[in-house]
Design a protein around this ligand. Structure first.
Ligand code: PLP
Length: 399
């Protein structure tokens, strides 16, 4: 295929970004569009964190740092893992990268040999399969129950082969918001205990965004025997409204952490020095804003779930965390829009909804499970109410 690397032909551009672009085009053309595609909190970064960054600039902390993080941030991360997850890591077991995304990617590039398999439960965060492909591996999907969005221990066990290198785990999940209980997670870690060659990459990005009485747990905490083969990934993007600052981190076995640093040293070097000092404050400073933010998110979740369940043909489970819901539109497949288009896939549903009512959602097939669609409720209650009314009207218009 010429000048561009063959490996890229296996990779698709992000579907979430495609929807955002389409919505932007319509808006530019004068249409009233409500975007429900955002993957980031609509809250501002807390003031104490901003001040820490301003202070870092004033004090000239604006030079290269250690490749995989300043010691102060690594120390703050060790304390966070101890405090929130009862996990003990030394600073030599911590890596910091430019967002959780880079940390996950580094880990895959550092470990994947051609043909290695990586288990990914569906529905999945859009980037996992493509990151595995870019690293030269083979994504293998473990299909979740379409109602709970969780995989069973039996399905996990069945998917493991001698070539399985990693199991990627994400709870609460993007796109479904589903969170595994401690018992559900223990049932999965029991399976993993039987397969000592499989490593666990847990993406705990939505740890703090949980509602009702849901209690977050992470694999190495639930099953300490897996500690030696678990990479516990997390970041400040979602809980601290710091998506633009680009700081993610992980704790894991020292040899893996060193290999990841080697990749970072020859690609991007250190994450932004100023953002690292802001992240120190995020982790060490007050955590007081998390609870009120979560109250707001929970109110919006309840509103959206209730309104979508009132839409003809939609079925929307109540998720435990994150800021997404992932309703099924299976009952609407085969129906016809007033303009005469037959809905055959969730992509049809999303594009016709955008055309007819100016509401942008992401089709579930982008996340490997459908016919569903993802709604982000990280937007104002007013916009959410209006968007859900339009979705109800669209569903009612189908014949
Ligand atoms: N993991 C999941 C499940 C996510 O939803 C996201 C962001 O959307 C990330 C990782 C990446 O986070 P970051 O912005 O820190 O790179």
């Amino acid at each position: 295929m010429g000048f561009i690397a063959d490996a890229l032909s296996r990779v698709k551009p992000s579907a979430t970004i495609a929807v955002t672009n389409k919505a932007r085009e319509l808006r530019a053309a004068g249409r009233d569009v409500i975007g429900l595609g955002a993957g980031e909190p609509d809250f501002d970064t807390p003031e104490n964190i901003k001040q820490a960054a301003i202070q870092a600039i004033s004090e000239g902390k604006t030079k290269y740092t250690a490749v995989d993080g300043i010691p102060e941030l690594k120390q703050a991360i060790c304390e966070k893992f101890k405090r929130d997850n009862s996990l003990t890591y030394e600073t030599s077991q911590i890596t910091v990268g430019t967002g959780g995304k880079q940390v996950l990617y580094n880990a895959l590039v550092a470990t994947i040999n051609p043909g290695d398999e990586v288990l990914i439960p569906t529905p999945y965060w859009v980037s996992y399969p493509d990151m595995v492909l870019l690293a030269g591996g083979e994504p293998v999907f473990v299909h979740a129950d379409p109602k709970t969005f969780k995989i069973t221990p039996e399905a996990l066990d069945k998917a493991i082969t001698p070539k399985t290198k990693w199991f990627i785990f994400n709870s609460p999940s993007n796109p479904s918001g589903a969170g595994y209980t401690r018992d559900e997670l223990k049932a999965l870690t029991d399976v993993l205990l039987k397969h000592p060659h499989v490593w666990i990459m847990t993406d705990d990005m939505y740890e703090h965004l949980v509602y009702d009485d849901y209690e977050f747990t992470t694999p190495a905490q639930v099953e300490p025997q897996l500690y030696e083969r678990t990479l516990t990934c997390n970041g400040v993007s979602k809980a601290y409204s710091m998506t633009g600052w680009r700081i993610g981190y992980a704790g894991g076995p020292q040899n893996l952490i060193k290999a990841m640093a080697k990749i970072q040293s020859q690609s991007t070097s250190n994450p932004c020095s100023i953002s690292q000092w802001a992240a120190v404050e995020a982790l060490n400073g007050t955590q007081e804003f998390i609870a009120p933010n979560n109250e707001t998110f929970k109110g919006r979740r309840d509103l959206v779930v209730s309104m979508l369940n009132q839409a003809a043909g939609l079925e929307c489970p109540v998720p435990e965390g994150a800021f997404y819901v992932f309703p099924s539109c299976a009952a609407l497949m085969g129906k016809t829009t007033p303009s005469g288009k037959v809905l055959e896939t969730d992509t049809d549903f999303a594009s016709e909804l955008l055309e007819a009512e100016g509401v942008a959602v992401v089709p579930g097939s982008a996340f490997g499970l459908g016919p569903n669609f993802r709604v982000s409720y990280a937007t104002s209650t007013e916009a959410l109410t209006k968007a859900c009314e339009r979705i109800q009207r669209f569903c009612a218009s189908l014949k």
